[in-house]
Design a protein around this ligand. Structure first.
Ligand SMILES: Nc1ncnc2c1ncn2[C@@H]1O[C@H](COP(=O)(O)OP(=O)(O)OP(=O)(O)O)[C@@H](O)[C@H]1O
Ligand SMILES: [Mg+2]
Length: 259
């Protein structure tokens, strides 16, 4: 079934359930803290972050190296637990969940994309995309069908049998995006997804993410590049484990100029 998107195009209405949720924002974070103990030192990687992300938003996370961006993404992605504050995802208190429940939330609701793709080198594109469904116990015929559809959706319908080394960087990232989407997550988290790509491929990947967002997928993406952040509707700027800015991309670019 198709329905019109904001720009008048059409996307599969059933692609993402993100806009079907209740009234509560997808992400509600209050005074989030994560402190690392390293020898005698304590590093406050997150020192009290409060933010709300609406369903269907496209958020860029920026800030200097070491400011807490990846730590924030790891907590949002239920890969890591905060040691203070609140985190509600899709109406559920995940900030205090035990590791097993966190893993379940992660598998059901979150897709990840990383700078270095994290594909398994010995598996074909299709087998890489099938992996999250293998963990999810989905029968083989259904896995193959959904993996093929996901590769088709990212423009790689003719590359199912290629291994990662037989694909370009941009194509590998498309496979990783297909893998992230194949369990139909509510939230896509991308930590510098274009960091290893040239500028033309960066644009292609960002146009793909923009189209997915227009189809209803909520995206939170870390980047050091203003041209990448420009695709987002809102830029969160981190500094020393705190939120130092929350603005549309144009304003954030102005504010990011060091004073
Ligand atoms: N596992 C860890 N153990 C100890 N300290 C850590 C750990 N992970 C991160 N840190 C520290 O927490 C702070 C935030 O790190 P984080 O990786 O979130 O930064 P970042 O903003 O993602 O930086 P970059 O732009 O370089 O990726 C840094 O000071 C870092 O040294
Ligand atoms: Mg990082």
């Amino acid at each position: 079934m198709l329905r019109p998107n904001r720009r008048g195009g059409a996307v599969a209405a059933s692609a993402f359930p993100s806009d079907l949720g209740g009234g509560e924002p997808l992400i509600v974070v209050r005074d989030l803290r994560r402190t690392y103990a390293v020898g005698p030192d304590r590093v406050a990687a997150l020192a009290g972050v409060s933010v709300t992300v609406e369903r269907g938003a496209f958020i860029a996370v920026m800030g200097p190296s070491g400011s807490g961006k990846s730590t924030f993404m790891n907590v949002l992605g239920c890969l890591d637990r905060p040691d203070g504050g609140e985190y509600r995802l899709d109406g559920e208190d995940v900030g205090h969940a035990d590791p097993d429940s966190l893993a379940a939330v992660r598998n059901r609701k979150i897709g990840f994309v990383f700078q270095s793709f994290h594909l398994l080198p010995r598996l074909t594109a299709r087998a890489n995309v099938e992996l999250p469904m293998v963990y999810g116990g989905i029968p083989r015929a259904e896995r193959v069908r959904r993996a093929a559809a996901a590769l088709e959706a990212v423009g790689l319908g003719d590359r199912w049998h290629h291994r990662p080394a037989q694909l370009s960087g941009g194509q590998q990232q498309r496979v990783a995006i297909a893998r992230a989407l194949v369990n139909r997550p509510l939230l896509l988290l991308a930590d510098e997804p274009t960091g290893a790509l040239d500028s033309r491929t960066t644009r292609e990947i960002m146009e793909l993410l923009r189209d997915l967002n227009r189809g209803g997928l909520t995206i939170v993406l870390v980047t050091h590049e203003a041209e990448v952040a420009a695709y987002a509707g809102r830029v969160l700027t981190f500094r020393d484990g705190r939120l130092a800015g929350d603005a549309p991309p144009a304003d954030a670019a102005g504010a990011a100029v060091p004073g």
